[in-house]
Design a protein around this ligand. Structure first.
Ligand SMILES: NC(=O)c1ccc[n+]([C@@H]2O[C@H](COP(=O)([O-])OP(=O)(O)OC[C@H]3O[C@@H](n4cnc5c(N)ncnc54)[C@H](OP(=O)(O)O)[C@@H]3O)[C@@H](O)[C@H]2O)c1
Length: 277
């Protein structure tokens, strides 16, 4: 039997990148999935990719919604329950580092931008957790929150509010994991490093081509990514699926797995000392 057979998963931010790869993986391993994002065309690309992986049309629920709105959150949850009758897995993946009106993402960013970053990267996760809690309690379900190595402990001056929101998300996840495990709900976190997705298009306004060049070039710098290549969405999807799979990871509660090709273990001074002899 497929490992997610009989499970219903909601994957936010699945119209692109890591969320799309996660939805494809969970669905191809037996889950019924709700895919969601604001961009209907990209969401349809995800739906087609899931079907191409051999999943039956009846096992995919596609919902165009803004995760930062109460209406959008309610629609994602109600349509999942209407179509599939239950929720077993919630992947809180939607997130972004968005510049303010002047293109800033550093410490001089506007307060409006701070609020926007907190609303998307923290508050929407809190709200989705609160709203799905009764349903996940019934199924003894799993939540996986997608954070970032930007959460620390190293400084991220190029993305101050985004990184601050992700750090808050990590602590929220730890605290809530302990609260909810008594109801049978398990929460864990994945912190990706650099992953070749639409993230840099949203964060830095790069074209798809320039974004790809950026990720590939970063992968060639061992002092940035020791693994020697930039992460692909599928590398993250398999880690997320591991934490969403109770049989594989049931005794892991409130923990954070870093999947970054070694990036967060490298210090600038290592490049001065050079590679191995
Ligand atoms: N790529 C990286 O290097 C990296 C590194 C660390 C952490 N992460 C984290 O990984 C997660 C996935 O990002 P990604 O790299 O896969 O980037 P991506 O390709 O840009 O995907 C982001 C997804 O989030 C959705 N999203 C953004 N704002 C939304 C909103 N207001 N309402 C609904 N959906 C929204 C987007 O959908 P729509 O645009 O259709 O709304 C898209 O599906 C994020 O939480 C990000 O912070 C990424």
């Amino acid at each position: 039997m497929a490992r997610f057979s009989g499970k219903v998963a909601v994957v936010t931010g699945s119209s692109n990148g890591i969320g799309r790869a996660t939805a494809i993986l969970l669905a191809s391993e037996g889950a019924k999935v709700t895919i969601t994002g604001r961009d209907s065309e990209r969401l349809e690309e995800t739906r087609q990719a899931v079907l191409k992986a051999g999943v039956q049309e009846a096992n995919v629920n596609s919902v165009v919604a803004d995760i930062t709105t109460s209406k959008g959150q309610d629609l994602i949850i109600s349509s999942t329950l209407k179509k599939f009758g239950q929720i077993n897995i919630l992947i809180n993946n939607a997130g972004a580092n968005l510049p303010d009106a002047s293109g800033n993402t550093r410490s001089n960013c506007t307060i409006e931008n701070l609020q926007k970053m907190l609303q998307l990267n923290l508050q929407s996760v809190v709200e989705m957790t609160q709203k799905t809690r009764p349903h996940l309690g019934k199924t003894r379900g799993e939540i996986v929150n997608i954070s970032s190595i930007g959460a620390g402990p190293s400084a991220q001056p190029q993305s101050v509010y985004y990184s601050t929101a992700k750090a808050a998300l990590d602590q929220y996840s730890r605290c809530t994991a302990i609260d909810l495990i008594s109801e049978g709900i398990r929460i864990n976190v994945v912190q990706p490093g650099l992953v070749s997705t639409g993230f840099s298009t949203a964060a830095r306004g790069l074209s798809a081509d320039d974004s790809l060049k950026f990720y590939n070039s970063m992968g060639e710098l061992p002092h940035c990514i020791p693994a020697g290549y930039c992460g692909q969405p599928e590398h993250l999807a398999s880690v997320i699926a591991f934490l969403a799979d109770r049989k594989a990871s049931e005794y892991i509660v409130g923990q954070t797995i870093i999947a970054d090709g070694g990036t967060s273990l490298v210090l600038g001074m290592h490049s001065v000392f050079g590679g191995k002899k």
